[in-house]
Design a protein around this ligand. Sequence first.
Ligand code: GCB
Length: 601
Amino acid sequence: MKRILFLFQLIATLCVNAQTSPQIINVEERTTISLDGQWKTIVDPFENGYYDYRREPFKDGFGYSTDKDVVDKSVLQEWNFATDKTLFVPGDWNTQRPELYYYEGTVWYRNRFQYHPKNNKRVFLHFAAVNYEAIVFLNGKTIGKHVGGFTPFNFEVTGLIKSGENSLVVKVDNKRKLEAVPTINSDWWNYGGITRQVTLIETPANFVRDYYIQLKKGDRNIINGWVQLDGNQSDKPVKVEIPELKITQNLTPDSKGFATFECNAKPTYWSPENPKLYSVNIAIDDEVITDKVGFRTIETQGTKILLNGKSIFCRGICIHEEAAFSNRRASTPEEDLTLLQWAKDMGCNYVRLAHYPHNEQMIRQAEKLGLMVWSEIPCYWTIQWSNSETYQNAEQQLTDMITRDKNRANIIIWSIANETPRSPERLAFLSKLATKARSLDPARLVAAAMEKEEIKPGLMTVDDELGKLLDIISFNQYVGWYDGLPEKCDRVNWTFSEQKPVFISEFGGEALYGFSGGKTERFTEDYQEDLYIRSVNMLKRIPGLAGTTPWILKDFRSPRRQLRYFQDDFNRKGLVSDQGQKKKAYFIMQKWYEELKKQYK
Ligand code: GCB
């Protein structure tokens, strides 16, 4: 029985991400050719280009993946990329064409590009993210499939890519599915499309695919790490250098191209006050990959959270990946910076990037600005806990998130779930994920946004077995919005059985910018402001409180929010409106964070 189960799980893993090559990190610093721009598209709600009329998938050579031109007018072809509309990549389709606003299903993307293979170079096709399922075809051949909307993936196309014109076709499907991660039910927009950059990466035959360089857990004077090469001769010598620290490590990888190192160092530690980054060079033959890496430790001690050994308070805010002002999924670096600057101006030293891995540049910009990060995978609400394929999918997303971002000093927390209902199956699922996160990265904290419980009138706690496996007690609470009126905050106290730092991963309520009224009138800024005043006073009474991230920085699109005039498909819990106006409650947080800054000097 166990064996059959194992076999089943193995097949499930293989099915989820068939044929993707191991992730190549730090794409920005490699030799790349961008494939971004206007792509031809066909909207295909019936998946006509993928299945024949007996609902059998077409073999290569048939269907839309062939990207055939209509040359002979006597040939019956009921689709044509050339005469169809375009969509911009990276981008979501929902905000690019009014008729696609609510669309969930398949859209075919086609890009014809010129390429000339170079001697001794390998070529990879890299997608920074596609929501949600991508099947990729190059020159009419299926090259692979990827599932999961927020993590990068790449395929090696050396040998498949031609000299001259190439045809790249991607079938993108964002249909929500019960077994998916996230599942059918969520409170954000299911933006479909090739939502992040597409690039060709050229590498030498043997190259540095991945590396980890951080302070050793629990020791601020040792930098340790590893390098993973890719290629036939992957045991070639590798040099790791941090010139400013006068560190040079000459490594000899094993037959699998893996090498580790450890050395003494006295770096200036990365912190929100001094977000110091060092240039790190990793060289093999004549290729040098450069990164900017910061060094810091993060640990807990009783109810304290220690950054570089010093007790801190995480003054945070939650952020969705939705562009400032234009409210779409794909954002420019400037739009990301605008969001982060709103957070900085509020007094933040920390952001919760909810509810899925955000784009890499967002995290790198936050790192430069001195903003610590909670990064999370979309195990949200009611995942299918007993479905092994769902588990493999979640684990893959966690692995890909950690693989991509493990060298970012500002990430202090990996979060494995949000508001998931308690059950033995869910506990087993999330325990496995927590173990996986620790095995991939022992140096950061592992958390989840849990839920509160009122054990007797006015007394709240978190009673969740999952908490025992996590480093902090983090939970969402909406006293004064989903739970009573703001005045309830005055009557609530909190108790916890475990001695761990407490983080309020969400609190808040909705307000339409500029709408005023009584303090108990929903959707007014006055209600939201009063709720924040009372919430802050309540939070001050929480024993062991070490961090807060109110929900949320900016109003964001959600099809769950249907109240005309007030919501119009926006969740209005933002402290900043969808047009960038700061609501009154923003300044309540700013004032409190100013106080906290002085307290934790
Ligand atoms: C939550 C969820 C978040 C929602 C928020 C709300 O607890 O974690 O995704 O958007 O509440 O506004 O209800």
